[in-house]
Ligand binder design. Structure first.
Ligand code: SF4
Length: 378
């Protein structure tokens, strides 16, 4: 198995745009850690099967956990997994959880990569997003992490914010470059149902930015980060040489992974398993020895759609020979037809056995992916 994902669902506040599974009630933390460790133990026999390359603590906000709490989870993983093959141990952190002591504790636990949710270097944007940190804390957190032993750091930025000017975006990109981190993830704002921003959009209090403006911001991002030596290896992800996210690359290449914690997913090549998206239910079901997850066998159409969706978002694209494993006649017919159409439009190209999105069509990747999707039930 390539990777382990641990979902930590706790956040102190709710960001206005966020639709990740999280709770702000910290009182479930002890119960959650107990249940999580039990879930790890319950899967001991499965975990022993294969060496592990990556571990990723995501959320929510994993940095709401103390060093001792994280240690108890990592110690449990060590009981059941060989850490000899471990290349990358990532933890998502919020800038205002970062202190010298905390970072040193993480380094001692073996954390060798941080993913920091910066989002913007402007206080006005951070306030509107209901982020709990400010720009000064963001800059300081990056420096504290660097001088205390983190040599592989990723920061997240958001663009397409209705209240962000192009000049502000340019400054955000430049400040990200100047912060000398090894990896930058930049996501366009989406209005997801259940978020505060979705409600604002429906009430007309916020408006989506024009596509032309989004393209302008994306093009600036790609141009400047490329100039600074970053490789745009996935549509939203940029890395200096040697610093691609190994954990996320596992997902994008269709490698197997296992997830622990509420809402975490697992994939063994043929099945997808997902845990209940409710921390209280998760704890109760695990404590009572009941089923806390759902499992489904992936159909040919599911596997085809997944390969298209993940592969076309990467710079390399997807390997055409991988399709042969599960293509049925009807999916093949649809795929061949769409491929010819997209080739003619110049949206995709075939290069050394891989199908990938042409550089000039990168911004419409999601649209291209949806055109390739197979909607039948095979
Ligand atoms: S963006 Fe991160 S910190 Fe903000 S609510 Fe979502 S998970 Fe929590």
């Amino acid at each position: 198995m390539a990777g382990i994902y641990i979902h930590v669902p706790f956040c102190y506040t709710r960001c206005s745009y966020c639709d990740f599974y999280k709770v702000t009630e910290q009182q479930y933390k002890d119960e959650y850690i107990k249940a999580l460790r039990k879930e790890i133990d319950l899967n001991a026999s499965f975990l022993r099967k294969e060496p592990i390359k990556t571990i990723y603590f995501g959320g929510g906000t994993p940095s709401t956990l103390t060093i001792d709490e994280l240690k108890s989870i990592i110690d449990d993983l060590k009981k059941h997994l060989s850490f000899d093959t471990l290349e990358e141990l990532t933890l998502e952190v919020n800038p205002d959880d970062v202190s010298q002591q905390y970072i040193q504790g993480l380094v001692q636990l073996g954390v060798n990569r941080l993913s920091m949710g910066i989002q913007s270097f402007f206080d006005a944007h951070l306030r509107k997003m209901n982020r709990r940190h400010n720009a000064q804390q963001a800059r300081e957190a990056i420096e504290i992490a660097k001088i205390n032993g983190i040599e592989n750091m990723s920061i997240d930025l958001i663009y397409g914010l209705p209240y962000m000017s192009f000049e502000e975006w340019q400054q955000n990109v430049q400040m990200a470059i100047d912060s000398n981190v090894q990896h930058i993830s930049a996501y366009h704002l989406t209005f997801e149902k259940g978020t505060l921003y979705y409600d604002y959009l429906k009430k007309g209090q916020l408006k989506e930015v024009e596509e032309e403006f989004s393209v302008q911001q994306f093009e600036y991002l790609v141009k400047e980060l490329t100039k600074a030596g970053f490789d745009n290896y996935e549509i939203s992800n940029f890395a200096l040489p040697g610093y691609t996210s190994r954990h996320n690359s596992n997902y994008w290449t269709g490698d197997t992974y296992f997830g622990f914690g509420p809402s975490a997913h697992a994939f063994d090549g043929n099945h997808r398993k997902w845990n209940v998206r409710d921390v209280r239910k998760y704890c109760t079901l695990i404590t009572e020895g009941k089923q806390y997850y759902e499992l489904e066998e992936l159909s040919s159409a599911d596997r085809y759609n997944e390969l298209i969706m993940l592969g076309l978002r990467t710079k390399q694209g997807f390997e055409l020979s991988k399709l042969e494993i599960f293509l049925t006649d009807s999916i093949r017919q649809e795929f061949d037809k769409e491929l010819q159409h997209q080739l003619k439009l110049g949206n995709v190209i075939i290069d050394d056995g891989f199908c990938k999105v042409n550089d000039t069509s990168q911004f419409i990747t999601d649209r291209i992916i949806s055109e390739f999707f197979y909607v039948g039930d095979e």
